[in-house]
Design a protein around this ligand. Structure first.
Ligand SMILES: NC(=O)c1ccc[n+]([C@@H]2O[C@H](COP(=O)([O-])OP(=O)(O)OC[C@H]3O[C@@H](n4cnc5c(N)ncnc54)[C@H](OP(=O)(O)O)[C@@H]3O)[C@@H](O)[C@H]2O)c1
Length: 226
């Protein structure tokens, strides 16, 4: 049975990952900041273990790793993310909010991947999926949303380096843009349902290979420019 850990799984795209993989019989470790309030997650049928994880906290990640001990994890999905402050233009000076966005979106996936690296090495698939955004692609850039764009550009670079460095450990890293998705972050007017996006992302994760590791793809598998 495949064991899959998802971060930020109490709502949005993360919740949909848990629903779809659990329906297929996977053993899910569904992580979120506040398990007591994860009402939708509690109703997901299947083998779903809800565990506490704040991805921005090294202590929280270490605590989770301590509870899991040497349990193998086949696939880690670094999904948790924030959009950051509303005002994010070149003249805004809310540096604290920019740093917080970078902390959660850019450093968080590294903290979690490092804390669970030994579990992943013991797993069968040895795969890490990271939810990034086309808004982090400098070649596709528009204006505004400075903190979010910068955090995803930094995430792309960090995970590209991780893919190179951890290839020697047999670990594979998929860097994925999920499309524009109807969640709290994407809004109701987004073009994709979470079901559609996650169906595509699961295909990308299934076909992740040493040749595809460290590449930036959308949910259809289209290669994106950095
Ligand atoms: N929706 C889109 O159109 C879109 C497009 C491109 C990329 N993405 C990316 O896809 C991922 C999922 O987005 P979404 O649309 O599902 O967003 P969402 O609906 O806003 O959900 C975000 C999730 O991340 C969790 N989270 C935030 N900070 C966290 C932290 N420090 N520790 C643990 N969990 C944390 C939230 O938990 P709480 O409930 O505790 O806040 C929530 O479960 C994000 O990385 C996002 O940047 C989304």
């Amino acid at each position: 049975m495949t064991t899959i850990l998802v971060t930020g799984s109490n709502r949005g795209i993360g919740l949909e990952f848990v629903r779809q993989y659990a329906a297929d019989g996977c053993r899910m470790i569904a992580c979120c900041r506040t398990p007591a309030k994860a009402e939708a997650l509690k109703t997901v049928p299947g083998d779903v273990r809800i565990m506490e994880l704040d991805v921005a906290s090294r202590d929280s990640a270490r605590q989770l790793a301590g509870v899991l001990k040497d349990e193998p994890i086949d696939i880690l999905i670094n999904n948790a993310g924030v959009f950051g402050p509303k005002a994010q233009g070149a003249d805004d000076q809310d540096y604290g909010a920019i740093l917080e966005t970078l902390h959660v979106n850019s450093i968080g996936p590294l903290i979690v991947s490092q804390a669970l690296k030994d579990n992943l090495r013991r797993g069968h698939d040895k795969k890490i999926a990271v939810l990034t955004s086309l808004m982090g692609a400098i070649g596709e850039n528009g204006s505004g949303y400075l903190a979010y764009r910068a955090s995803k550009a930094a995430l792309n670079m960090i995970m590209h380096v991780v893919a190179r460095d951890w290839a020697r450990d047999g670990l594979l890293i998929g860097i994925y843009h999920p499309g524009w998705v109807q969640t709290d972050m994407g809004g109701a007017g987004a073009s994709l349902t979470p079901q559609e996006s996650v169906r595509g992302l699961r295909q990308r994760i299934a076909e992740l290979s040493p040749e595809r590791s460290g590449r930036f793809l959308d949910h259809h598998g289209k290669e994106l420019a950095w």
